[in-house]
Design a protein around this ligand. Structure first.
Ligand SMILES: Cc1cc2nc3c(=O)[nH]c(=O)nc-3n(C[C@H](O)[C@H](O)[C@H](O)COP(=O)(O)O)c2cc1C
Length: 164
């Protein structure tokens, strides 16, 4: 798929087929994530893929979204180095977008989820070290429907030259 087609045709998917996502496909998604830009190229992200039904049930007590897809990937980033200007958020978000685009190219849908519930409990369930902050949960799976793009703001309304 060409880059422009990928950018404009990627959609958030919230209904997935039950078909499992092979581990090699998860690898490909994370391969794209690790090529995202990161502040000072520190790459302090970690990706925790969850497909174990027992763990999914426990996490679902905090975020129901996790039950929707065959595989869910938590994206975390270390704040050990710096929190300046939210560099960790910027870096981890770049990784998430790469994941979404790679998944789309591989024929999977994705859903970026920020509604996580008690993140402290999720950190414990995932056995995350203290310095890792959970940015998001990203769901992936195969899907049936072709989705239309929700309305976008026009270029004129978002682009400002020189001043607002
Ligand atoms: C930071 C962030 C958080 C999001 N959280 C959720 C969420 O909790 N639940 C959900 O269904 N969609 C979530 N989305 C998906 C947006 O609703 C979606 O991207 C938006 O409606 C545009 O649709 P599109 O992705 O198909 O272009 C989130 C997206 C972003 C970037």
């Amino acid at each position: 798929m060409e880059l422009q087609e990928a950018i404009f045709s990627r959609r958030t998917v919230r209904k997935f087929k039950k078909d499992p996502v092979p581990r090699e496909v998860v690898d490909q998604i994370i391969d794209a994530a690790r090529y995202a830009p990161s502040a000072c190229n520190l790459q302090l992200w970690e990706f925790i893929a969850v497909d174990d039904p027992e763990l999914i049930d426990q996490i679902a007590e905090e975020t129901r979204f996790i039950t929707l897809a065959p595989v869910a990937i938590f994206v975390t980033y270390s704040h050990k180095y710096t929190r300046e200007n939210l560099a960790w958020v910027q870096s981890a978000s770049a990784a998430v977008q790469n994941m979404m685009l790679m998944a789309h190219d591989l024929g999977l849908g994705g859903c970026w989820v920020d509604t996580l519930g008690n993140v402290g409990r999720i950190k414990k369930l995932l056995r995350l070290p203290e310095e890792q902050t959970v940015l998001a949960l990203v769901l992936f799976g195969y899907y049936k429907l072709n989705l239309r793009a929700p309305r976008r703001r026009s270029i004129d309304s978002v682009l400002h030259f020189t001043e607002y």
